[in-house]
Design a protein around this ligand. Structure first.
Ligand code: GDP
Length: 430
């Protein structure tokens, strides 16, 4: 049985917490896209962790953690991350890396930095982890699969060819030092040593696991609105953040994904540039940012303050639809307990007409939020375990959002810990 945990919004919805929680019942957790450019924050009995590459199931000793072929694999970052959790007394995780995963090369990170410098004020707000140059090269067919590290002669040849091309750009476009092909080859040999014990034919492994009835979780990074195709292009990430891509990025049949749990946060936050219709500014934004998440809304990888906004029904309805949502996990609801009134964005006004359908980027820039103000509950809701025990205004907030987005909210998260979860019956659930 395969389930996917994915984001409905701009990322940072709390997928890590939901994955960590669901991983209790899982045998295998797979990362299928993205790289070390975003992170998950997880709080459990070992402490608080920020993971960037490892899936959120690494804290259980019964799970196998997989880096699928769709991931942008930064080998030294992966190994530092394994070491950092082992150093904090977490049992050494079982990790497998797809032999078809491609490698983030040292020059991808440099090109990311150089390009942001070149673009200046027009930059995309990249995390400079090399993700865009990595995926560009992957699709230009000049990337390096993990398996290629073991084909030393052809690797040398390929490095030579790639360096020739990259060095032209480095010299003439960016005016930066050239890549030394011998040094790069040596670095690749170090990467080979690091990755060798973990390399696996992942799609075959997963095919066997499915046949044996194992429980598999696919863990998405970022959310629908950062999807390359369906997000706010070009202010998106360079891989697909959709559950559908889970099949490709893990190497399993699409029809095996039986549940798609879309994580949706009770208010909005975003990182990087791009239109953000329900965005808040000034003191209101500062207060929500300070109270948000678990210890404030600051990037897990970059520490950057996140942009804040009210819950956006238009973006979330679209986000859930594109994911193919079977269940919504509605997170971080406890944070809103300080508000007497809670505005919710229920529509976008576009050139004088109100719409609830999420538009393409050019139109999105012109949209103004249509807000509806709901009464707050002004209570601490952490520790509550039954939906009926939540304050009535809090129940109504969840019911209202569900009605607006049109997908069943079957889980409500009211705290960062594994146990902070309320299961809810939804009349929307087929
Ligand atoms: P992810 O990338 O989607 O996993 O999200 P992040 O880890 O970047 O951000 C989610 C933050 O919210 C983390 O700090 C979590 O510990 C925290 N979190 C998750 N669920 C809840 C919740 O229900 N309540 C509170 N207060 N914090 C939560």
């Amino acid at each position: 049985m395969v389930k996917a945990v994915v984001g409905a919004n701009w990322g940072d919805e709390g997928k890590g917490k939901i994955t960590d929680m669901l991983a209790k019942e899982a045998d295998i957790i797979v990362r299928f896209q993205g790289g070390a450019n975003a992170g998950h924050t997880i709080v459990n009995n070992y402490g608080k962790f920020a993971l960037h590459t490892l899936p959120s199931g690494v804290f259980y000793d019964h799970t196998t953690s997989i880096i699928g072929n769709g991931v942008a694999l930064n080998i030294p970052v992966l190994f530092k991350e394994i070491q950092s959790i082992v150093d904090r007394d977490v049992p050494k995780p079982k990790v497998l890396v797809s032999d078809r995963a491609q490698i983030v090369m040292p020059y991808h990170i440099l090109f990311d930095q150089y390009e942001e410098e070149r673009l200046g004020g027009k930059s995309f707000g990249s995390t400079k982890s090399g993700i865009a140059p990595f995926y560009s090269d992957k699709y230009a067919k000049i990337g390096f699969q993990v398996s290629e590290l073991f084909e030393t002669e052809s690797l040398k040849e390929k490095i030579k060819g790639v360096c020739e091309m990259k060095n032209v750009l480095l010299e003439h476009l960016y005016h930066k030092p050239a890549i030394d092909e011998n040094e790069l080859f040596e670095t690749m040999m170090e990467y080979k040593e690091m990755v060798a014990p973990y390399v696996c034919d992942v799609s075959l492994y997963l095919c066997d696991a499915i046949n044996e009835g194992k429980n598999i979780l696919l863990e998405g990074q970022l959310g629908t609105l950062k999807d390359t195709d369906h997000g706010i292009y070009p202010m998106v990430t360079s891989s697909s953040t959709l559950a559908a891509y889970g099949a490709i990025g893990a190497g399993i049949p699409p029809y095996e994904i039986k549940e798609i749990i879309t994580v949706c946060k009770a208010y909005s936050s975003a990182v990087g540039a791009g239109a953000f219709v329900s965005e808040l500014f000034g003191d209101e934004a500062d207060e929500l940012r300070r109270r948000g998440g678990d210890g404030g809304e600051y990037g897990a990888t970059t520490g950057r303050p996140r942009r804040m906004g009210w819950f956006d029904c238009v973006a979330s309805k679209y986000g859930c639809r594109l994911q193919g949502t079977t269940d919504v996990a509605f997170t971080v609801l406890d944070v809103l307990g300080y508000l007497e009134e809670i505005p919710v964005c229920v529509g976008y006004e576009l050139d004088g007409v109100v719409t609830t359908d999420f538009p393409t980027t050019g139109k999105l820039e012109r949209c103004k939020p249509v807000l509806k103000v709901l009464p707050g509950w002004m209570e601490e809701i952490r520790g509550i375990t039954k939906f009926e025990d939540l304050p009535v205004n809090c129940q109504n907030y969840v019911n209202f959002v569900e009605e607006q987005i049109g997908f069943p909210i079957t889980m409500v998260s009211n705290g960062p810990g594994r146990e902070d979860i309320i299961y809810r019956k939804s009349s929307f659930k087929k």
